[in-house]
Write a protein that binds this ligand. Sequence first.
Ligand code: SAH
Length: 246
Amino acid sequence: MDYSRTLLHYSLNIFILIGSILAGNCNKLNEQDQKKTPDRLGEMRLKMVEYQIEARGVKNQKVLEAVRKVPRHLFVPEHLKNQAYADEPLPIGSGQTISQPYIVAYMTEQLHLQENDRVLEVGTGSGYQAAILAELVDSVFTIEILPELSQQAQKVLQGLDYKNIEFKIGNGFYGWPEKAPFDAIIVTAAPENIPQPLVDQLQEGGRMIIPVGDFFQELYLIRKTAKGLEKERKLPVRFVPLQGEP
Ligand code: SAH
C-alpha cells in the first residue's frame, strides 16, 4: 500500500516535471518566435538598404536612415509581408502598387530635402513614401484619388504615430493650393505632361521629381529658379498612370 502510494506520488511528480519542462520550452519557443518575426524583417530591411539602395549609389545618410527605420512590411497587404523587402514594386489593391524600394530612396534623395521643408506628394498609395518623407521634413501633404487607399494609408501612418502628415482625397493633378507653396513635390503616378498647377505651387528654389510619359516614361527632376524651370531627365521608369488628367 505504502509502496504503491509512493510510486503514484513519484509518477505524478515526474509527470509534473516533464509537463513543466515542455511548457517551459514551449514558452521559450513562443518567445523566440515572436522575436524572430520582427527581427527577421528588420534584418531583411537592412539588407535591402545595403544591396538594393546603397549599392546602386544612393548616398544621403538621412535618406538611408529613414529607409532603414520605416517598417515597409506594414504598408503591403498581409499576404505579401514576406516580399516587402524584395527588389520590386508590389500590388497594394485597387490596381495600384507600392514603388520598388530603390526608386523610393532615389526619388527622395533627388529632392535634397531640408528639415524645415513642406513637401507635397501626389499619389499616397500605401503611405510608405509619405512615411519616408515624414522622417525627413517638417510637414508632408499627400493626395490620393482613391478613397479606400487613402483611408488604409491613414490607418497605418496613424498607427505608427506620424503627426506631420496631412491627407487629402482628390485629384492631385491640381495640387493643394490652400497649402502651397511647397519646397518640394514628389509625384508617384505618371502624367503625360508636367501638370502646370504643380509647377505653380512650387516655391522658387523648389524641386519636383515626377515620372512623365505614357508607356515609356522618364523620371524628371525639375527646379524652379528665378530664371525659369530647369528640367533634367534622370531615369527610365514605369509608374501607374496619373488618373483624371484634364
Ligand atoms: N507613393 C505610393 C505609391 C503610389 S502608386 C506609395 O508609397 O505606396 C500611385 C498612386 O497614385 C496610386 O495609389 C493611385 O491611386 C494614385 N493616383 C493616381 N492618379 C492620381 C491623381 N490624379 N491624384 C492623386 N492620386 C492619384
